[in-house]
Design a protein around this ligand. Structure first.
Ligand SMILES: [Fe+2]
Length: 228
């Protein structure tokens, strides 16, 4: 079996805006010692207890399908990465971001702001409670809609453990039309971006649940970055 190719196309004609902003010269590889340079460390004091519960940031319950998103942050050898800062941002259930530039005709939800963060625990685990985001149109091509996704930003312990990417939901019919998803060229690497529905993690009468493990590092099983 050939190795999974987690390379991401940065000049990707199907994703139009990459033409305007992709690097036009060969990338300069950082010296190996930079990879291991200690990154910024975030202590518990910068987080509020509800920062990882995106349903608790308004005065009431947000609209939509409540979900738990949980997983582990691992290095390429499968070892947990503790004390890493994971930040997420996403559209609401109607597919709308709380952002001036998002003016498409879907409602904002006063009880959903769309951002959260958490530190991984000693076993590299993270957990968010949120609302399943809706698909949204983005104008890249004729009737272009993004598959439902949650943006993830990860600060590991070292500069080599920085990752910005997107998590997707299984079985989304929009995958085949989405050039951002397909900027990850290898179908096996695309699978690394899709969470798994996890019935054991669901909570009766309260929430559905997904698990998604994130692997940092240059290895073949590492989670691909976002071309966005
Ligand atoms: Fe998005």
């Amino acid at each position: 079996m050939t190795e999974i190719d987690t390379e991401v196309a940065v000049d990707w004609a199907e994703y139009r805006s990459t033409r305007l902003r992709h690097p036009s010269r060969a990338l300069v590889p950082l010296p190996e010692r930079f990879r291991d340079l200690a990154g910024p460390v975030f202590g518990e004091q910068v987080l509020d207890p509800h920062d990882n519960d995106l349903t608790k940031h308004g005065d009431g319950e947000p609209l939509g399908e409540r979900i738990i998103v949980q997983g582990r942050l691992l290095d390429e050898n499968g070892r947990p990465i503790p004390d890493a800062l994971i930040e997420v941002w996403q559209a609401n259930a109607g597919g709308r971001y709380r952002h001036d530039r998002d003016q498409h005709p879907a409602p904002l939800d006063p009880n959903f702001l769309g951002g959260g963060r958490v530190l991984t625990d000693a076993e590299g685990r993270y957990r968010f409670v949120t609302i399943k985001p809706g698909a949204y149109p983005w104008g890249n091509h004729e009737n272009a809609w993004r598959p439902a996704h949650i943006h993830f930003s990860i600060f590991g312990r070292q500069f080599g453990e920085r990752l910005v990417t997107q998590m997707y939901f299984p079985g989304d019919p929009l995958f085949e039309y989405d050039p951002i998803f397909h900027a990850v060229r290898d179908p096996r690497a695309q699978q690394l971006l899709i969470a798994k529905f996890d019935i054991a993690l669901t909570q009766p009468e309260w929430a559905l649940a997904y698990t998604w493990d994130i692997v940092l590092g240059p290895g073949a099983s590492s989670t691909p970055p976002d071309v966005d």
